[in-house]
Design a protein around this ligand. Structure first.
Ligand SMILES: Cc1cc2nc3c(=O)[nH]c(=O)nc-3n(C[C@H](O)[C@H](O)[C@H](O)COP(=O)(O)O)c2cc1C
Length: 328
C-alpha cells in the first residue's frame, strides 16, 4: 500500500469513494482523520455549495481529502476553480471522459487528477492525457456501474497499467482479504463505498442504514434499461418499489425523445437528475421504499453501525493477516 498511501498522503491506501448525499463533511473528515482518504461527492452541487462543503470539511480535518466532480456538470470549470481556491490536493473526475481543458485546469492548480477507467483502451488513453491515478471499478459496486466484474477488470488491466501509475481497485470489496488480493495483483490501493455508507459518522437516515443491515448480496440489483434508444447507465441499488418508478421515468423520457421535445443529451441529464433525487429521498428523507438505496453486492457484509476507525482497522487487520499467511 505504500505507493498508494504516498500518492494520497495518507496512512492507508483506502479511499472511501464519493457517495452523493452520504459523502459530506462528516463522513469525509472521519475517513481522513482515521488514516483513510475521504472524498466529497459534489454531485449536482452548485459552486457555492461545494465551496461551503470544502470549508466545513477543512474545519473538521487537517488531513488530505479529495473532491469528486461529475464531468457532465454544466459548471464543471467553476467547480474546478473552487477546488483550486481551496488548494484541494486530489480531484476525482467521474461520469465519463474528462472534457477538453478540465485536466489542464486541475493540474494547473497543483492538484492530482484521478479518473475512472472502464476499459483497458480508455485507461491507456487517460494515461496519455496525463491523469495521475486511475480507479477501476467493477459491476459489483453500488451506484452507477459498468458491465464488467472487478475480478476480470483487475486481471485484465493491472498487469498492463499498474506500473505506469497508481491504480485503485473498487467494487465488491467487503473484507481485507480481498484488499490483499488486489494489492498482490499490483493495485496501489482500493476504493470502497458500500462498506462505509453506514458508518456511525455517516449522516444517512436510520432507515437507509437499516435497509443495508437487512440486505443480502442478491438484493443489490442493477437497474434495467427498458428502451434501447435511451441508453441509461445502470445503477446498482437495493430492489424496492422505486425500481418501478424508474421504469416509469424511462418511459416518460423516451416518449419526450420520440416527440422531439427532448434531445438525447438532455434526456440523459434528466435520468441523472432522477437518480440524484431518488438517492436523496432514501439517504436524507429515509424513504427506502420509493427512493434509491444505492448499494453494492458487498452490502451483505455490512451488518451493523461501526465507527469509521473500527471499519478501517478491521480491513487493515484482515489484509495484513492474509498477506502474512501468504508470506509464511
Ligand atoms: C450510495 C452510493 C452513492 C454513490 N454515489 C457516487 C457518486 O456520487 N459519484 C461516484 O463517482 N460514485 C458514487 N458511488 C460509487 C462509490 O464511490 C464507490 O466507487 C463504490 O461504492 C465502490 O464499490 P462498493 O460499493 O462495492 O464498495 C456511490 C456508491 C454508493 C453505494
Amino acid at each position: 500500500m505504500a505507493r498508494g498511501a504516498a500518492f494520497l498522503g495518507t496512512e492507508t491506501a483506502i479511499l472511501c469513494g464519493a457517495m452523493s448525499w452520504v459523502s459530506e463533511r462528516n463522513l469525509v473528515a472521519a475517513i481522513s482523520n482515521a488514516g483513510g482518504f475521504g472524498v466529497i461527492a459534489c454531485g449536482a452541487m452548485t459552486p457555492e455549495l461545494l465551496d461551503a462543503e470544502i470549508a466545513a470539511t477543512k474545519a473538521l480535518t487537517a488531513k488530505p481529502f479529495g473532491v469528486n466532480l461529475i464531468t457532465m456538470h454544466p459548471q464543471l470549470m467553476d467547480l474546478i476553480a473552487v477546488c483550486a481556491r481551496h488548494q484541494v490536493g486530489h480531484v476525482v473526475l467521474a461520469g465519463g471522459l474528462p472534457p477538453a481543458g478540465s485536466l489542464d485546469a486541475i493540474k494547473a492548480s497543483g492538484a492530482k487528477v484521478i479518473c475512472f477507467a472502464p476499459a483497458l483502451a480508455l485507461a491507456k488513453k487517460l494515461i496519455r492525457s496525463g491523469v495521475d491515478a486511475l480507479v477501476i471499478e467493477g459491476m459489483e459496486a453500488g451506484g452507477h456501474i459498468g458491465p464488467v466484474s472487478t475480478s476480470v477488470l483487475a486481471q485484465e488491466m493491472l498487469p498492463e497499467i499498474a506500473e505506469a501509475l497508481p491504480v485503485f481497485v473498487a467494487g465488491g470489496i467487503g473484507r481485507g482479504e480481498a484488499i490483499a488480493g488486489y494489492l498482490d495483483m499490483g493495485a496501489a490501493g482500493v476504493q470502497l463505498g458500500t462498506r462505509f455508507a453506514c458508518a456511525t459518522e455517516s449522516i444517512a437516515h436510520p432507515n437507509f442504514k437499516k435497509a443495508f443491515f437487512r440486505a443480502s448480496a442478491r438484493d443489490a440489483v442493477a437497474s434495467v434499461q427498458i428502451d434501447p434508444r435511451l441508453p441509461v447507465i445502470p445503477v446498482r441499488a437495493l430492489k424496492n418499489a422505486g425500481s418501478e418508478l424508474f421504469t416509469a421515468k424511462q418511459r416518460e423520457v423516451a416518449q419526450s425523445l420520440d416527440e422531439g421535445v427532448l434531445a438525447m443529451a438532455e434526456a440523459q441529464l434528466q435520468i441523472e437528475h432522477y437518480w440524484a433525487g431518488a438517492l436523496r429521498r432514501a439517504v436524507v428523507d429515509g424513504d427506502v421504499e420509493h427512493g434509491s438505496v444505492m448499494a453494492g453486492q458487498s452490502v451483505g457484509m455490512v451488518k451493523t453501525e461501526e465507527p469509521v476507525a473500527v471499519i478501517l482497522a478491521t480491513l487493515m487487520e484482515e489484509a495484513a493477516a492474509a498477506l502474512d499467511k501468504r508470506a509464511a
